[in-house]
Design a protein around this ligand. Structure first.
Ligand code: AMP
Length: 213
C-alpha cells in the first residue's frame, strides 16, 4: 500500500515524497486511518517504527483545514532530542503546508522560544518542564488545542514527568483528540492512559512479551 491511499492533502504528500517514504510502516498503516477519523489512539510502538510520522501526518492533515495563528496541536515528549526530532519531522513533512511549529525544551535561553511563540505557531513539540515555565509566564495559550500527543510515555514515568503532564493537561480543553505512544505499558502509564484517552483505538507493533509492569 502507498501513502496515496490515506487521501492526504497533496502538499503533505509532497513532503512524504521529499522524505523518501514510499510505503507506510506497520504503525503508520494501523494509526493513520483512526487518527484521521478523529479517534483517540493508544499506540504501543518503539522509536524506529515510524511512529512520529504516524501522528505527524494526520495532525498536518487536520490543521490544513481551519484557523491558523494559534496553537492547535501539542506534542509532549520526554527529552529535548525527541522534541527537536519531532519538530524536524513536522518541518520536513509539512514543508509545503505553511503550518508553523516550534520546539520547546529546557537548558537553552527562554527568550528565543518566546520570540518564536509570538510568531503564532500552530504546533508545539515540547518537554514538560519548560512547557510549564511558559504556561506559568503566560507565554502561550493552550485553550484552543485540538490534538494532544503524549510521546514515549513510559520514559516520562522514568524521568518523573507524570505530575507535570497532569498539570499541563489541566490547561487543555476537555474536548480534544488524544494520542498516546509508549514502548511499554507499566501500570502507572496504563492508569494515565485510562484517564486521558476516550474509547481509544489500540495499535501495537511490538509483541506483548515486551510489556513491563
Ligand atoms: P521514528 O520511529 O518516528 O523515530 O522513525 C524512525 C525513522 O524512520 C526516521 O528516520 C523516519 O524518518 C523514518 N521513517 C518513518 N516513516 C517511514 C517510512 N514510511 N518509510 C521510510 N522511512 C520512514
Amino acid at each position: 500500500m502507498s501513502f496515496e491511499k490515506f487521501e492526504l492533502n497533496e502538499k503533505i504528500l509532497t513532503g512524504v515524497q521529499a522524505c523518501g517514504y514510499k510505503v507506510p510502516t506497520p504503525i503508520q498503516l494501523q494509526s493513520i486511518p483512526p487518527i484521521m477519523a478523529g479517534r483517540d489512539v493508544m499506540g504501543l510502538a518503539q522509536t524506529g517504527t515510524g511512529k512520529t510520522a504516524a501522528f505527524v501526518l494526520p495532525i498536518l492533515q487536520r490543521l490544513m483545514q481551519g484557523p491558523r495563528g494559534h496553537i492547535r496541536a501539542l506534542i509532549v515528549a520526554p527529552t529535548r532530542e525527541l522534541s527537536e526530532q519531532t519538530h524536524t519531522a513536522i518541518m520536513q513533512l509539512g514543508r509545503k503546508t505553511q503550518l508553523r511549529s516550534v520546539s520547546i525544551y529546557g537548558g537553552v535561553n527562554i527568550n528565543g522560544q518566546i520570540n518564536k511563540l509570538q510568531n503564532h505557531v500552530e504546533i508545539i513539540s515540547a518537554c514538560p518542564g519548560r512547557l510549564l515555565d511558559h504556561i506559568q509566564q503566560k507565554n502561550l495559550d493552550l485553550s484552543s488545542t485540538e490534538i494532544f500527543v503524549l510521546d514515549e510515555a513510559d520514559q516520562m514515568l522514568d524521568l518523573g514527568f507524570i505530575k507535570p503532564i497532569r498539570q499541563i493537561v489541566t490547561r487543555l480543553p476537555a474536548r480534544r483528540q488524544n494520542l498516546f505512544f509508549s514502548a511499554t505499558m507499566p501500570s502507572e502509564i496504563g492508569k494515565l492512559a485510562g484517564e486521558l484517552l476516550k474509547d481509544p483505538v489500540k495499535v501495537q507493533v511490538t509483541p506483548q512479551a515486551t510489556t513491563v509492569d
